[in-house]
Design a protein around this ligand. Structure first.
Ligand SMILES: [Fe+2]
Ligand SMILES: [Fe+2]
Length: 259
C-alpha cells in the first residue's frame, strides 16, 4: 500500500495531470494545513491564508461568471499554481523562486475584479498592494508583479522564467469542470471546447529539451478545429514561453501531434 502510494507520487512528479471530469478543488479555506507548503513556501502559505486574496479570487470568478466566462476561481489558481511549480521544479529552480512563482500564480487573475480588459496590469497593482501590506521586500515583489502583468496573451510576454512558467500553466488549464453554464444548449465556443476536454497533461521530457501539452478531447461536444479557433494566440504565446525556458513546445490532441 505504502509502495503504491510512493509510486503514484513519483508518477505525479514526472508530469502534471488534470482529469477534466473530476471535481475541481475548492476554496483553500476548506483545505487542511499543508506542512510541505508551510515549510518550503512561506510567502505562498501566507498569501493563501490572506483574507483579501481569498475574497478577490472568489470575486474574480463571480465577475467572469457574470460575463459568461469559464471558471477562474480557486480551482483555476490552484491548478495554475501546481503546474507552475511542476515546470520550474522540474527545471531545477530553488525553493525561493518556486515560492515567488506560486504566489504569482495564486494572484495572477485578481485584476478581473476590476475589469477583464487589462486584468493582468490591474492584477499586478492589486498584488503589489497585498504583498506590500505583508511587508514583502521589493526584490521579491518585483518578479511576482512582473509575471502577473505579463501573463495575458493580449499584451504579455515571457520575460522571466517565472512569467514563462505561469503562461504555460495558465494557458494549459482546459477542462470540463471549468464550464459554468449549466444548460448545454447555451454553451458558447469556450464552453464547448472546455467541456470536451476530459484530460490534460503537461509533461517536460527527461532531457529537458521539450514540454508537451497533451489533451484528450471528446469530439462529441467540440471539434479540434474549435480548440484552435479560440486558443491559437494562447498556444503561440505558450510556444514563446517554452522557447524562453530552452524547451520546444508540443501540442498533442487525441494522440495527434499538432504543434
Ligand atoms: Fe488571466
Ligand atoms: Fe488565469
Amino acid at each position: 500500500m505504502k509502495k503504491e502510494k510512493e509510486k503514484n507520487r513519483e508518477k505525479e512528479k514526472r508530469s502534471h495531470i488534470v482529469q477534466g471530469l473530476g471535481q475541481a478543488p475548492g476554496d483553500p479555506a476548506e483545505d487542511r494545513p499543508d506542512a510541505e507548503i508551510e515549510d518550503r513556501f512561506p510567502l505562498f502559505a501566507k498569501v493563501r491564508r490572506n483574507e483579501a486574496a481569498r475574497v478577490y479570487i472568489r470575486c474574480q470568478n463571480t465577475a467572469l461568471k457574470a460575463l459568461g466566462y469559464t471558471e477562474h476561481g480557486h480551482a483555476h489558481v490552484k491548478i495554475v499554481a501546481d503546474r507552475t511549480k511542476y515546470i520550474l521544479e522540474t527545471l531545477g529552480e530553488d525553493d525561493h523562486t518556486l515560492d515567488l512563482a506560486l504566489t504569482a500564480a495564486w494572484l495572477h487573475d485578481i485584476g478581473n475584479v476590476v475589469n477583464r480588459v487589462d486584468h493582468s496590469q490591474s492584477g499586478a497593482l492589486m498584488a503589489f498592494q497585498i504583498l506590500n501590506e505583508l511587508q514583502v521586500p521589493p526584490a521579491d515583489i518585483a518578479p511576482i508583479i512582473c509575471a502577473i502583468g505579463n501573463h495575458d496573451e493580449g499584451n504579455g510576454a515571457p520575460i522571466t522564467r517565472i512569467s514563462a512558467a505561469l503562461i504555460l500553466a495558465d494557458k494549459s488549464d482546459v477542462r470540463r469542470s471549468r464550464v459554468q453554464q449549466e444548460d448545454p444548449a447555451r454553451f458558447d465556443i469556450h464552453d464547448r471546447v472546455n467541456f470536451s476536454a476530459t484530460r490534460s497533461e503537461v509533461k517536460i521530457n527527461k532531457d529537458h529539451s521539450g514540454i508537451k501539452l497533451k489533451l484528450q478531447i471528446d469530439t462529441h461536444y467540440g471539434e479540434i478545429g474549435e480548440y484552435f479557433e479560440i486558443f491559437m494566440d494562447r498556444m503561440l504565446l505558450c510556444k514563446r514561453a517554452a522557447n524562453s525556458l530552452g524547451l520546444a513546445f508540443h501540442l498533442i490532441i487525441n494522440e495527434m501531434s499538432l504543434m
